[in-house]
Design a protein around this ligand. Structure first.
Ligand code: SF4
Length: 328
């Protein structure tokens, strides 16, 4: 059985159930790299130039963790998944960059996705990927349709049940997930999934907020309609794919009555520096919801994150007390 490696980084959090169903549908075994550790980050960082963004360094570390465990590694080049809305350049060249910096890497399955080139090219790309496992076009089509179905179910779990991607993945795998009480005050986290759900690089942000008694809301829990409406309100027409999870979710949560919004950005990320700035300006303009921007990099110390988080939660509590005094 062919072993396909999937790095637990970057697009993993958005597409893993779909990819897994596709490869398993074609008879392959899927192997996911273990959660990020300091060693993963250190090994990835050692392969790229210093100013590469943190998530790409983490991705290289995960590829290195898979090199001797699988026959090939799946690293798609995702250019565009919506008409005239583009991904960050790092995603466009990810398979080539990985090959260049990790020469010992097993063969890379590097499907090229660009919806602007039309559906025919998309189907050809999927078929080309499936041909690594089967020569039967009907079998590839069946696996692709099942994968699409898995993706829809995954998204529904997150939107309808308010699960984060790791919890939705755990739920799909049959593990028990404890739903958080809707009565608790909510704090929204906005940013890329590979920052929000990688517990090593964000120093267990979600866990810390839940321990402090808050319900955590994230971009994946919003519907496409909610995200689009918020983006249109803030920027008009989107240009970056990731405007949804930053501008869309930020804009939405700032007006949704949550106790606070935390914007998580990666140091060295070009798109983030523009998009999170828009969210921050909107927070200042509205002046209703406390907002904090948290920049993560490989040298970000846990103590620094904890201190900022405590200060932010104190601010939320003070605001709440002040409002209660006014009501009395
Ligand atoms: S969007 Fe930013 S953080 Fe994500 S891969 Fe691109 S540069 Fe890195």
């Amino acid at each position: 059985m062919v072993k396909v490696g999937i790095p637990r980084a970057l697009l993993y959090y958005q597409y893993y159930p779909m990819w897994r169903r596709f490869f398993e549908g074609l008879g392959a075994e899927v192997i996911v790299s273990p959660p990020t550790t300091q060693a993963t980050l250190a090994s990835g960082s050692s392969r790229v130039v210093a100013d590469t963004c943190l998530p790409v360094k983490v991705s290289c570390g995960h590829v290195l963790a898979l090199t001797d465990k699988c026959d090939c590694i799946f690293i798609p080049a995702l250019r565009s998944i919506k008409k005239k809305i583009y991904n960050c350049s790092k995603f466009l060249g990810l398979p080539d960059m990985t090959r260049a910096v990790i020469p010992e890497c097993p063969p890379i399955l590097d499907i090229d996705i660009d919806i602007n080139k039309g559906k025919r090219r998309l189907y050809q790309a999927i078929y080309k990927l499936g041909r690594h496992f089967s020569w039967n076009p009907l079998e590839i089509r069946k696996a692709a349709l099942a994968a699409w179905q898995a993706h829809q179910e995954y998204k529904e779990l997150m939107v309808n049940q308010g699960l984060t991607p790791p919890r939705a993945i755990a739920s799909i795998s049959g593990e028990e997930t404890t739903p958080t009480s809707p009565d608790k005050a909510a704090i929204a986290l906005v940013g890329h999934p590979y920052l929000l759900y990688d517990e090593l690089i964000n120093h267990r942000l979600i866990h810390r907020l839940e321990q402090a008694g808050y319900r955590v809301l994230t971009p994946e829990m919003l519907t496409a309609q909610e995200l689009e409406t918020a983006i249109t309100r803030l920027t008009g027409r989107p240009y970056w794919t990731y405007e949804e999870e930053v501008v869309g979710s930020g804009g939405h949560y700032l007006e949704s009555g949550v106790a606070g919004v935390i914007g998580v950005v990666a140091f060295g990320c070009g798109p983030d520096s523009l998009m999170m700035d828009m969210v921050q300006r909107q927070a200042i303009k509205l002046g209703t919801t406390p907002f904090m921007s948290l920049t993560l990099e490989e040298h970000t110390a846990e103590a620094g994150v904890v201190t900022r988080l405590e200060a932010f939660l104190d601010m939320i509590q003070r605001k709440k007390r002040k409002q209660a005094d006014i009501c009395v």
